[in-house]
Design a protein around this ligand. Structure first.
Ligand code: FES
Length: 545
């Protein structure tokens, strides 16, 4: 490879796990950023080795990137175990790459620092500012209702993603990058820098430099991940009104560190944590605005009394030290604790006879009148069945109906696709209906909105109660009381249960089979059962050549 012994002897070897590929638009700047990271590693006296890792492109992977998050986590862990790395820079940002890389790094427990991809610039179309996903769903509904033309739709497509970087609403990518920083895995402020800002390049070099020092200091994920730092991450997600997907990913990350984070912790904190970030889809602004308003450090300063400020972070300082002296530059974007955007309810956990192990909802992104709602279920067994029927003018549905999709969970989907923002029937769109109660065992894109009850657990494919619901049954949601129930008596439910037949597995071989046999439910983080915990795995002995 052309290196002399002096290039590497006695130096920390820093792996760079780079999730760049030709189909990962969110990471299209990572080729250049990897070189900027290497610059920092050389400067600090380290030796960089770039290890390409599977990229999980939300837009192009079928059926869903969630099927492959654990594959990335396994790849990250095993690359770090098998190659001679002393520390690692994790390069991710598109939804599943952040949790996937962090899960692998936490399990391997080498000094690890996360380089967030950063969000793309604001979208623009005909003088309007567009937000990833959020505006797609809104204008897609308008297109289906005949309110905009195909030509206008193409203009929206062209204007909505106009630079490298992740989705720039507070979707899963921005949520998880922010959570990673609050957890302590990124340099202060890193998660808010837009992908194409020159300060993002500077930050990449700083990350490289810092990775070398972390090896000398032996600062590892086990020093960073704790129940307190996880609470910081959850609190941050709630104050941002972040993505519902964060629930699954943070639970999975915690369990990798041997911490049994329960789904109810989100609800306990949710009732105390106000939403202070005015960000789409729940609010108005985008990541570029958030950065100019002071970014995550400014938001953390605002919610300081709610944080565990003594938690250590990758720069060797505490979270409290990292946010000292920051200020908010735009109060429209980052509100005060005294005058928040919403007093609580960033995310809530619901339970009831439809979801005994829990379901997730983001009430602040739903029509308030639907927070307490009863209606007749309209049940679909598959996404295809729903798609075929949903725009039928004869469909027996009204604005009070509750649309239900099942067989969309971790095993049933498979991979728990982001189908949870179920489409509103065309005939109701034409009447001006823009939100309805929708329930599924699927996930929902973090950029989506609406009265969507998600992650119903256990999922219907494994015989969860969602499998027992029939079209016409009454369903009742009560956000205040955190309940989701079907109004069917227990005797009838027992009868229906005895008539259920076990669906056949979706895969007979390959990765899909491994996935189906070992995937856990949504409330447990959807990790593989054999990857949880912090038990030792032996480091392999090298072969002698
Ligand atoms: Fe990558 Fe949205 S597609 S973050």
């Amino acid at each position: 490879m052309g290196y002399s012994r002096e290039d590497y002897a006695g130096k920390p070897v820093i792996a760079i796990l780079n999730t760049w590929n030709d189909l990962s638009a969110c990471h299209s700047h990572f080729r250049v950023r990897a070189e900027e990271v290497k610059r920092g590693i050389w400067q600090a006296g380290g030796f960089p080795i770039e290890l390409p890792s599977i990229s999980l492109s939300e837009v192009f992977m079928k059926p869903t990137t969630m099927l492959y998050r654990n594959l990335l986590a396994m790849e990250a862990e095993e690359q770090l175990r098998s190659y001679p790395a002393d520390g690692v820079v994790l390069m991710g940002g598109c939804d599943k790459t952040t949790p996937g890389l962090l899960m692998g790094a936490i399990s391997m427990n080498l000094p690890a620092i996360f380089l967030p991809a950063g969000a793309m610039l604001r979208g623009d179309w005909c003088g309007r500012i567009l937000g990833s996903g959020t505006d797609v769903w809104a204008y897609w509904a308008d297109l289906r209702a005949g309110k905009i033309s195909e030509c206008e739709w193409r203009g929206i497509e062209n204007g909505i993603a106009r630079s490298a970087g992740t989705c720039m609403t507070m979707g899963t990518a921005a949520t998880m990058m922010s959570a990673a920083e609050a957890l302590g895995f990124s340099l202060p402020g890193a998660s808010s820098i837009p992908a194409v800002d020159s300060r993002h390049s500077q930050m990449a070099t700083l990350v490289g430099r810092r990775a070398v020092d972390m090896v000398w200091e032996d600062l590892k994920p086990s020093d960073i991940v704790s129940p307190e730092s996880l609470d910081n991450a959850i609190t941050t997600v709630l104050s941002l009104s972040g993505s519902t997907n964060a629930v699954i990913h943070l639970i999975a990350m915690a369990k990798r560190a041997g911490i049994d984070l329960k789904i109810d912790r989100f609800d306990e904190l949710s009732s105390e944590i106000p939403v202070v970030a005015n960000m789409r889809p729940a609010g108005e602004y985008l990541m570029e605005d958030f950065f100019y308003a002071g970014g995550l450090r400014a938001l953390l300063q605002e919610i300081l009394p709610l944080l565990n400020t003594e938690c250590i972070t990758v720069n060797g300082k505490t979270l409290g030290e990292n946010i000292e002296g920051t200020e908010v530059f735009n109060r429209e974007v980052i509100h005060t604790l005294e005058k928040p955007c919403f007093a609580s309810g960033g995310l809530v956990i619901l339970r009831g006879n439809l979801a005994p192990n829990g379901a997730v909802m983001k009430p602040v992104a739903a029509e308030p009148s639907l927070h307490k709602h009863s209606g007749k279920a309209l049940v679909f067994d598959s996404y295809d069945e729903m798609q075929e029927a949903i725009d039928d003018p004869e469909l027996d549905v009204d604005a009070d109906s509750v649309i239900v999709l099942r067989n969309a969970g971790p095993k049933g989907g498979p991979g728990m696709p982001e189908w949870g923002q179920l489409p509103i029937p065309k005939k109701l769109l034409k009447q001006g209906v823009r939100d309805m109660l929708r329930i599924s065992d699927a996930r929902m894109s973090g950029t989506s909105y609406g009265a969507c009850v998600l992650h119903v657990s256990p999922e219907s494919f494994v015989g969860g109660p969602l499998a027992l619901l029939k079209t016409g049954d009454m369903v009742k949601l009560d956000v205040e009381n955190r309940s989701i129930d079907m109004m069917v008596d227990d005797l009838e439910l027992e009868k229906r249960k005895s008539e259920l037949s076990q669906p056949s597995p979706k895969f007979s071989r390959g990765y899909g089979r491994l996935y189906s046999e070992h995937i856990m439910q949504a409330d447990e983080g959807c990790d593989f059962d054999f990857l949880q915990g912090d038990g030792d795995v032996p480091i392999p002995e090298p072969e002698i050549h």
